[in-house]
Design a protein around this ligand. Sequence first.
Ligand SMILES: O=c1[nH]c(=O)c2[nH]c(=O)[nH]c2[nH]1
Length: 306
Amino acid sequence: MADNLELQGRHGKSRVRVARVWRRPAAAGGDVIAEWNVAVSVVSDCLPSYTSSDNSAIVATDSIKNTVYVKAKECTEVVSMEEFAVILGRHFTSLYPQVSEATVTIVERPWERVAVDGKPHSHGFKVGVEKHSTEVIVKKSGSLLIKSGIQGYSLLKTTQSGFEGFVRDRYTLLPDTRERIVATEVTAWWRYPFEHVSQLPSKPFCFTQRYQDVKKVLSDTFFGPADVGVYSPSVQNTLYLMGKEVLTRFPDISSIQLRMPNLHFLPVNLGSKENPLVKFADDVFLPTDEPHGTIEATLSRPMSKL
Ligand SMILES: O=c1[nH]c(=O)c2[nH]c(=O)[nH]c2[nH]1
């Protein structure tokens, strides 16, 4: 309380870029690299720095940035992003009495090991497309919230998609269809059920593995079997089935939030009655991303929240 006003502040450093290499012989799988874009934000009791010129309680954002590099150096064994975020969160909340909470957000640059002549390369990587992220909140008490996510996961089917039976009134122009392209760029966030640092799994890499698992379940459900696919009556239904499958398969995920824009591929019809230049026959489309439909939902088990 200051000047009869409530103040809720937080500070930290964003866009801290760090790359960590773990050296391993080729026989042990080769070098491992992680490139992370880290944001740390702490809730800290430093009211006088806002209300007067007393900075004595401030952990400088420059020191917060430096800590990211120190902790990366200290991780002599390969760690997942989620584990690294927990390490940072625990550090800030345990070292500084005035810091009650730390939020650590990390987005990974998706370096993927290349293969040369079919053999995984010991130290060569190329960048992939979709991105893995995490957001971890650690409180001084040890209470914890861990979310992981995927962004920019672009998926498309050339058929086995339709949309019909929707509201038809004077504003409706869209015809019913059982044949269209469906394309989206999935953003997903899922929450793990660990609510205290003491509940964290000791098995290394489980978060990284789970990310790969979730990614596969999302795409397998979107596409259906390789030869025949699966019919999608709407993006809404496909989104629901994707989220449901993740919760069914992984008891250690308590909720999932999915955002799936409907990126329209418009039928191309060009010309006039006299000169029908291009007549659409499910073959030539105008790909668009603006405007796009926005379809999103959160699925949770009863009693859990995202
Ligand atoms: O799968 C869809 N869901 C919608 O809500 C919608 N709305 C629309 O115009 N096309 C579609 N497609």
